[in-house]
Design a protein around this ligand. Structure first.
Ligand code: ATP
Length: 306
């Protein structure tokens, strides 16, 4: 039924292969999930979730389209429409040079994805264009171009960690760099944790590299304070952010010191509408999740109306 073409991705759950669907006569992406109980169970939840976005996503232009699933030799195989290489792959391909931020599409989320990151945002178009990179640090003509998807339409993939909104969600979620402060501090989380991740992704698209490149909680919170200002006292509760005294090394202190403030970062990497971008990011990256912009509010922001 499917003819394997090549491998296009890999993740915790297994491998993703590009295959030819002989029946539908189209290229598809098939996620072959590891043949272990815990991954099989998670895959079945992902399939259940994948069948739901259709209801909210009329026209199918926000989430990856689910085609089918099968159980092959104890591997759950999930068949998706084939999308282009992820934003993460594109950033790597461009030697971490920044992406124009108008390539970003925000989503009206009705479930909590919990793992939004550049690896999980894929362009619809398989066609690419070369555009001059005005901010390239190099003078060499061969590297003064970056390769961008022809269309700015993007889709979200990987519903393996998606959860329905419930009370008492307080286990650790999200890939470290995109993890919201309330998740790190163990306060419980909800939709706003996705919004925080979106803020981090937008910055990464402007900057070309992840902003909070750390796996240490204390260092991560210190970096957040450096970029965004002091964490509100009620979020720290009785916890004291012992920094720099509590740093594990000099390198760790330097890594924090190297972070610019949000304003400086945007000024360095964005050419136009800087005040709009800064204002949007300040809303997406508010420490207190109850004050953070919702997805709907973010979509109404003047940045997206221009
Ligand atoms: N529909 C698709 N079209 C093209 N490439 C895809 C598609 N789905 C997945 N990929 C590629 O495979 C990679 C891994 O897919 P996915 O994130 O679903 O796997 P995962 O095992 O759940 O990953 P993680 O470790 O992040 O949980 C993606 O980053 C992307 O490069």
């Amino acid at each position: 039924m499917y003819k394997i073409n090549c491998k296009i991705g890999e993740g915790t759950f297994g491998q993703v292969l590009e295959c030819w669907d002989r029946q539908r006569k189209e290229m598809v992406a098939i996620k072959i999930v590891r043949a272990l109980k815990k991954y099989r169970e998670a895959a079945m939840i992902e399939i259940e979730i994948l069948q739901q976005p259709g209801k909210h996503d009329k026209g199918g232009n926000r989430y990856v389209q689910f085609r089918d699933w099968l159980d092959y030799r104890n591997h759950i195989c999930i068949v998706f429409e084939n999308l282009g290489p992820s934003l993460y792959d594109s950033l790597q391909e461009n030697n971490c040079r920044s992406f124009p931020i108008d390539l970003v599409l925000m989503h009206d989320l009705s479930m909590i994805h919990t793992d939004l990151k550049p690896e999980n945002i894929l362009p619809l178009s398989l066609e690419y264009v070369e555009v001059p990179d005005c901010k390239s640090p190099s003078r060499s003509p061969s590297t003064d171009f970056k390769t961008l998807p022809k269309s700015s339409a993007m889709k979200v993939i990987d519903f393996g960690s998606t959860t329905h909104k419930k009370e008492d969600l307080n286990y650790i979620v999200s890939t470290h760099h995109y993890r919201a402060p309330e998740v790190i501090l163990g306060h419980g989380w909800s939709y706003p944790c996705n919004i925080w991740s979106v803020g981090c992704i937008l910055i990464e698209l402007c900057k070309g590299k992840a902003l909070f490149q750390t796996r240490k909680n204390l260092e991560h919170l210190a970096m957040m304070e450096r970029v965004l200002g002091t964490l509100p006292e009620h979020m720290l509760k009785k916890l004291e952010l012992v920094w720099p005294e509590g740093a594990s090394s000099k390198e760790s202190i330097n890594a924090v010191m190297k972070r610019p403030t949000l304003q400086n970062l945007i000024m360095q990497h964005v050419d136009h509408s800087t005040s709009d971008v800064i204002h949007l990011l300040q809303g997406l990256l508010r420490f207190d999740p109850s004050e953070r912009l919702t997805a709907k509010e973010a979509l109404r922001h003047s940045f997206f109306r221009e």
